[in-house]
Design a protein. Structure first.
Lengths: 221, 221
DNA sequence: GGTCAATGGATTGCATACAACTACTTGGAC
DNA sequence: GTCCAAGTAGTTGTATGCAATCCATTGACC
């Protein structure tokens, strides 16, 4: 897993796009820093053309900002930005879960369980927040991808992506982390039972707890 | 206003992107049809490079679908797709309105009023659904742009765009059209009064009525 | 000393050429 | 007549070269 997983198979096909995105997600490219096309091209080992395409995609996804004739820079998120993104997620993602859970296959549930266990293992070993973020994105991505509507899925992915990047490096307390892992386990249980409403409620809880853990209280907005 | 308005100033800067998108929005490029890069390049009068960038952006926005080494085709929307998009809009757009209305300037309100009147004029003259769709997109776009959070705005715009395209060519009954215009007028009134909750309720009504008018009943899903 | 204009460097935007891949057609064998 | 395979046309993916634009530095003028 060299790139941030999205469960969309062609995403990692364009390696330039995937590599630039993983550099952003991992923090290797700091928020606000300028992305020089030639620099990225040299670092990745391709010409400027695929780099430019990657930057365009990332701009459309809200992960970089383009200034005409000036270049691209990694987006930065103010606390208010993060709070707003959590609000949007709190509105959308439970709904997506309600739609997707009844349609999940046994394989999907098994994948969710595996991802949940891997995240717990990472937490138990006590580290690698970047890897945790990637696993978490994959976990949440499954629900969105399976919501039964292709266009809704792509739209929600677009909402999710900046949220995932913004949240990747926030520090959670040990308690908040443990609680988050419990939510994942309960989501797996609800998914296994194909109980959409249960899963919806858990997901809403999960996101609101995360918003709080990220220090983005609703009253601050 | 030669392109579909988005209130994002740089959008119409890249003319190739704007032109391809307006071709899609106007139906000049039919849903499901293949977009050949050389064909588009010749028609617009540029080389393949800006066309490719436009197609990448449009793909990220969910307006075209890319198949590796095979090209791009305009997305098509099944009735279920449309229903899902309306559901998503019903979920988020009222919330965006609630956030944005208290922050609107007098100029914003005046622009909303002007757009509402222009739409009524178009309906009174009895035609040009494509132009109506563009005006409608601009009207709704104002609320989203002013929601107070840049990233939320871009994410929600991405959710909106396919919905707008999918909805542009649906035929509404005269009664549904009239009702929709009344909703717009009431939204302007609520915005002028800076009453976010009122506007939120009107917007929810507006979208659910549109969903019904589009023949996308929630029970069909 | 401060401000404005010109110039140089650097970077992006676009066009073109070539390579890689896909899909179709055509020919032959069974 | 059907199926398979090879060739070929057409399309996309990538690399490179050049023009246009922007930013910073430098110099002159007030």
């Amino acid at each position: 897993m060299d790139t941030l997983p999205t469960a969309s198979p062609e995403a990692s096909g364009d390696s330039a796009y995937g590599q630039v995105r993983s550099m952003i997600a991992s923090g290797e490219l700091a928020a606000g820093s300028w992305l020089r096309e030639t620099t990225l091209a040299d670092r990745i080992g391709v010409s400027r053309t695929p780099i430019r395409e990657a930057l365009n995609r990332l701009a459309a996804e809200g992960l970089v900002e383009l200034s005409r004739n000036k270049g691209a820079q990694v987006v930065s998120f103010s606390p208010d930005d993060v709070a707003g993104l959590y609000d949007v997620r709190a509105g959308f993602e439970p709904h997506a879960v309600l739609l997707s859970v009844p349609q999940l296959t046994d394989d999907d549930v098994a994948e969710l369980a595996a991802l949940s266990e891997r995240m717990e293992a990472v937490v138990a070993e006590g580290g690698d927040l970047a890897g945790l973020g990637a696993l978490n994105a994959a976990f949440h991505g499954i629900f969105i991808e399976r919501c039964g509507n292709r266009h809704v899925a792509t739209a929600l992915q677009t909402v999710m992506r900046p949220a995932v990047v913004a949240h990747t490096f926030r520090r959670y307390s040990a308690e908040a982390l443990r609680r988050s892992m419990q939510h994942h386990a309960e989501l797996v249980a609800a998914a296994a039972a194909r109980d959409g409403e249960w899963a919806e409620a858990v997901m809403r809880t999960h996101i609101l707890a995360a918003r709080n853990a990220a220090g983005a209280h609703p009253s601050t907005r």
